[in-house]
Design a protein around this ligand. Sequence first.
Ligand code: SF4
Ligand code: ZN
Length: 420
Amino acid sequence: IKIKITNIDIPVAFASAFEGEIIRRGDMQVEFDGSRVDCAELVQSAEATEIEDHKITVIGPEADEMELGSKNSIAYVVKVAGKNMQSDFEPVIERKFHNYINCIEGVYHTGQRDMQRIRISKDAFHAGFRLKHIGEVLYASVKNEFDAVVDKCEVVIYTDPAECKRIRHEVAVPTFNKRDDRLKSLTDESVDVYYSCILCQAFSPSHVCVVTPERLGLCGAVSWLDAKATNELDPNGPCQVITKEKCIDERIGEYEDVNEAVRKFSQGALEEVSLYSIMEKPMTSCGCFECICGIEPFSNGVVITNREYAGMTPLGMTFPELASMTGGGVQTPGFMGHGKHFIGSKKFMKAEGGIERIVWMPKELKEFVAERLNQTAKELYGIDNFTDMVGDETIATDPEELVAFLTEKGHPALGLDPMM
Ligand code: SF4
Ligand code: ZN
């Protein structure tokens, strides 16, 4: 018998109303920051015999042993067991930690994997909130929401810096790499079905993401494997199977089955979408895309910018300005929202020539995607170190200067047909 846990035993409130809560530095008791110190959040499946249900352990100092205003390490491992549990479900459960922890009054969470950031407010701390309560929240939420697959759950919270370092580098990162590698070996051609995702319809009522192995959801958080796991966990939920048997146009990646699904899931607002074109029937964008790509007419190329980059682009627009014309669940040819990992994909704007159209990206984003992007450019066009040909804000934010740079580098986009 499964029992829903309605009351979580913590000294502060727990409700979705606290999700948007921001904790300023001056109001904060302690913080944890994966970008500065060793942090990790991980779900690990285990044998039922290895798990003591509802056991919560803190290894290292508790919040009251940490200095006021200090930055600390934290790594929490949520061990789960259940006869229907699969390792593919681990990232789906993990991704919910952000919501769960944010629902705690006086606690703020961003990021994921080994890059999460958490703040605990002075008010929550003085009310008695401690790190073990994060364990209580994770335990109760996972047991509640994933009761179909999780029978037993145990939480270990590490704050000892050496232990956090070990968990991060020896346990968590290898797990993340293994997941990413599994996805890398899959192509759109090698699978029989794609998945829809309509999680964002709460904000963008007609928006539908079509998630394929080589094109993850535009939020960057839903890969094909994640969508598949989401569908298995909740067959009537946000991710539905889309067959891909009736190809209409291979060049732009248009399928009759995909169109039918999109029509149905957008309640008729959308008629046709392509998977691989930014100009012809492009996919819609909601509001939570990691990046926006837009055509740059002087170079026959495209400019990409990401949410973290506050500066100007050669299109004369910043990320928020581009976002305001790209989002909302409507098709906007010439512009599209997408995930960071899509940039190194062989299917990125395949219909328009692919990644060789990319002429500009913020420096940080360029560095983030360099390895995969360079590898794809080498495979597709035989170009070495392609990112050296791509402009960034330290080179030019003006289209004329950008074209001069591209000309000097012999960027391939200059020799391609205009996109419009
Ligand atoms: Fe789903 Fe992400 Fe697309 Fe939203 S942006 S519908 S969460 S895949
Ligand atoms: Zn969205």
